[in-house]
Design a protein around this ligand. Structure first.
Ligand SMILES: NC(=O)C1=CN([C@@H]2O[C@H](COP(=O)(O)OP(=O)(O)OC[C@H]3O[C@@H](n4cnc5c(N)ncnc54)[C@H](O)[C@@H]3O)[C@@H](O)[C@H]2O)[C@@H](O)CC1
Ligand SMILES: Nc1ncnc2c1ncn2[C@@H]1O[C@H](COP(=O)(O)OP(=O)(O)O)[C@@H](O)[C@H]1O
Ligand SMILES: [K+]
Length: 537
């Protein structure tokens, strides 16, 4: 499982390596610059042969230091290199200063000073089709918003340069933009843009085609707005050991969800060995969501799946299902009666349930202490009394809110994400999900392209439906119901709440990617067999 790092963890790893004497800061900076150059040539082989032009924008810290290394290495390769510095050379940190001096032996550094609108403007005629612009302004050290020069100068120009031909108003060539470590302005821990409050007007952002980061990806490459600013993300190894101790305790670490294990079925096992899931349906005319969840639970391998529905909805469901079973649960008491069967190993409540029915059925469902997924209406029903819900939850529960449902149960946490990110590290989706899990006393899975999963003990994971795993077709009605069914089915099979949430989220994205464009929620369970086959299940 790959760890996604915060800026502080990256610094701790680097410091531990330097303190142990295994490497110097200057060596790390050299490897970082070399890694960027390698990634550029690997991404765009057409730049390998000729004599392209590089414009390197260096900032006042070590990110700028990487920029001077890149400049020197490209100069050695025969590129034409133009270097700009935002900041005072005398105040550069030592390693960056050394690389500044080395570059000065090869070429000039043009100063950029923040003197307001119009202070900095490059002539478009200076730039060619093979120009690569390197953003080495700020990396993991960014702690406050990038001020006016970004709004009115560089970033505006950078963004315009990379627009497609038809949108560039004919003025600029298609310059390629490479972000060193992170696109400047992006918070490494949250993937949010640091902005003053109120944000300056007319802000354009640095949007990179390629981001080259070092040792491991940072959370900001994956969370929130990160993926839309980073372009392709390449990790350049710079010879650092994993150094798990530098990462801190489990409540500080975030792993990226990877392909789950344990999905195969033993040849000799009978259906009850794979558990029995119960999905509670809404009333007449509202059974579709629960049917989707139930089918997903069955496809992910639960041995049996039963839908529990009120009498008036039975005919509607019976006409639609075959392998699924159907039982009557009109009221909380009837559900409690069904749950006396100890073979029922996991429950799913919420999709299409209706608020009134949710208030009636959630308490007996939680009383039964089985693996339980609560989604949609089962969450919204407690909007006025989240504490009442939290008092009933137990550690085999998984809450699967989308952002709106999350805000109903955890309004103060949702508000933290809505506040402008004025200083770094800014509140992130990981921070708030962790806090929500602690408060709820169970696993919380906050849905989105960057789905975050957290347990009350602080363990957390991120399932990225972004970048190379982008699954935009998941933004379709009913996709969330399928996810609830997957997590329930996996818990029925014996997965822990946290593992079921991680595996469910991973399979959900893979199923969407396997089906591709045109996906609707019904297709997701049907795409699972090929995903499972590829996993060797
Ligand atoms: N940590 C590591 O292991 C390595 C780090 N390296 C590079 O070093 C970078 C981190 O360097 P630093 O910690 O020096 O930080 P940065 O270079 O990201 O920026 C910090 C500097 O910018 C200033 N600053 C921050 N926000 C500002 C704002 N809004 N406006 C104006 N100035 C602002 C700070 O006062 C400081 O001088 C990484 O992103 C990476 O590029 C690499 O050289 C290789 C190894
Ligand atoms: N752009 C996207 N990329 C990847 N996954 C997405 C995207 N948009 C939504 N999803 C996923 O699709 C599901 C949508 O669930 P939800 O919001 O509950 O919708 P519904 O209630 O219609 O089922 C979630 O699992 C979410 O993570
Ligand atoms: K940068």
């Amino acid at each position: 499982m790959a760890e996604l790092l915060t800026a502080a963890q990256m610094r701790a790893i680097e410091e531990a390596a330097i303190t142990s004497g295994e490497v110097s800061g200057l060596e790390l900076m050299e490897r970082a610059g070399a890694g960027v150059v390698d990634a550029v040539l690997e991404t765009w082989p057409d730049l390998g042969g000729g004599a392209p032009k590089a414009v390197v924008l260096c900032g006042p810290g070590n990110n700028g230091g990487d920029g001077f290394v890149i400049a020197r290495r490209l100069h050695e390769r025969g590129w034409t290199v133009e270097v700009w510095l935002y900041g005072d050379p005398a105040r550069l940190p030592p390693d960056a200063r050394t690389n500044y001096e080395r570059w000065r032996e090869l070429g000039p550094v043009r100063p950029y000073r923040d003197e307001g609108p119009g202070a900095f403007w490059l002539e478009p005629s200076d730039y060619r089709e093979d120009t690569v612009l390197f953003d080495a302004l700020f990396g993991t050290g960014l702690t406050r918003p990038v001020e006016a020069f970004n709004a009115v100068g560089w970033a505006t120009q950078l963004s315009e340069w990379r627009l497609p031909e038809e949108m560039r108003r004919g003025a600029y060539p298609a310059v390629r933009v490479v972000a060193v470590d992170l696109p400047s302005g992006l918070c490494a821990d949250s993937g949010r843009r640091l902005q003053s409050d109120p944000p300056p007007g007319d802000v354009e952002e640095i949007v990179a085609d390629l981001t080259v980061t070092f040792h491991a990806r940072k959370l900001g490459h994956v969370l929130a707005e990160g993926p839309s600013f980073c372009g392709r993300v390449v990790v350049a190894p710079i010879g650092l050991e994993p150094r798990r101790r530098a990462l801190g305790g489990r409540e500080q670490r975030v792993t990226e969800v990877t392909a789950p294990a344990g999905l195969d079925k033993a040849a000799s096992a009978h259906k009850y060995a794979h558990g029995h899931a119960l999905v509670v349906s809404g009333g007449f005319g509202r059974t579709g969501a629960a049917r989707l969840a139930a089918r997903a639970a069955l496809r992910v391998g639960a041995g049996l799946v039963t839908l529990a529905a009120p009498g008036a909805a039975q005919m509607e469901i019976a006409g639609q299902i075959t392998a699924l079973m159907l039982r009557r649960a009109e009221s909380g008491d009837e559900l409690a009666g069904l749950l006396e069967d100890p073979r029922l190993t996991a429950l799913c409540l919420g999709p299409g349930l209706g608020l009134e029915r949710a208030r009636d059925l959630v308490p007996p469902a939680l009383e039964a202490s089985r693996g339980t997924v609560l989604d949609a209406d089962a969450l919204t029903a407690f909007e006025d009394a989240p504490e009442e819900l939290f008092g009933m939850l137990h550690e085999a529960c998984v809450l699967t809110p989308h952002a709106g449902e999350f805000a109903r149960l955890f309004p103060d946490l949702a508000e933290r994400l809505k506040q402008p990110a004025v200083s770094g590290p800014a509140a992130s989706r990981v921070d708030v999900t962790r806090e929500a899990a602690r408060r709820a006393g169970c696993v919380v899975l906050l849905k989105g392209p960057d789905t975050v999963i957290a347990a009350p003990d602080g363990q957390s994971a991120l399932n990225a439906g972004v970048g190379p795993r982008a699954a935009p077709w998941l933004a379709t009605a009913g996709a969330g119901d399928v996810l609830g069914g997957l997590v329930c089915g996996l818990m029925a099979r014996g997965f822990t709440a946290f593992d079921a949430a991680c595996a469910g989220a991973w399979l959900h994205v893979e199923a969407a990617r396997a089906f591709g464009p045109g996906l609707i929620a019904e297709d997701l369970p049907e795409a699972l067999p090929q995903v499972l086959r590829q996993l060797g299940a």
